[in-house]
Design a protein around this ligand. Sequence first.
Ligand code: R1P
Ligand code: URA
Length: 300
Amino acid sequence: GLVSFENANFPMDQDKRTYHVGTKRGEVANRILSVGDVTRAALCASFMEPPPGMSEVYSYKSKRGFVTHTGLFDGVPISVVSTGMGYPNMDFVVRECRAVTDGELAFVRVGTCGAIQAPPGKLGSVVVASKGSVLVRRNPDAYDDPTVGKYFVSKPALPDAKLSALLESEMRSALNGDESEVVSAMNASADSFYSSQGRTGDDFDDANENLLDEIILKRQPEVVSLEMETFHLLDLARNSRELSVHAASCAIVLAERRSNDFLPADRIEFMERTCCRAALSTLAKASVRDVDGKEAYGDA
Ligand code: R1P
Ligand code: URA
């Protein structure tokens, strides 16, 4: 049927569901695993138990394609939310999940990325953004103004130090003995998979031939991974009132940008399983304060 929304400033429907992600209070846990696609979200849900009193993990798919799964991992309530791609989508997820929860929020992202320095970001490794993330944005004003730079690189936004260290150590134990490595580095989130990640082609005048070496790495030599959402997550967390949002992020290296190698499907599958489980374990162990100011689960 027809659904009406109220309040143009922060629209919610009559059930108090948010406008894009579509969830309401009670459906979202204070520990959120954010992943790019719905298949990865379903994989994460397959590792969880149903919430108390339910026979299945709770799932909600919004009209805009955001999927939320809420259940238990190691007995602790966790929600997995598919973010889609790009920072406007991360903005919907963080703000709308914040609006339907109380107390502290812990966000962990498990994404995929390209590596611009390998080593250390070898194909199939996982890069934890423990040194933060910068934003790389194409500057449309450069179209007809040669005096402005074609690409903007921000200063880094840092993760929550404790949450990021916990994520890194959970990744290390999960991958102990495996050929894949855990890399601690800086990430760059771009506003395009193509232009602002230095991919070249004949169809558009992106003027990005020297972006990786002369712009990004010259400014931030520790950048190893390139993806599209981490900066915005960390930026919103540091701007959250009373710092109620804590965030950390990692990404599996699918693409080696120098050699142009791409990770084979069986390794992608293995790394998604392993890293998503490790991220769920991180969230279950993380210290997150509930509305009464008590530690709700976790002891890290
Ligand atoms: C681009 O292919 C997408 O992959 C990366 C980028 O951030 C972008 O969203 O992450 P996800 O696999 O989490 O979507
Ligand atoms: N995701 C990205 O954004 N870039 C890559 O190169 C691979 C995955």
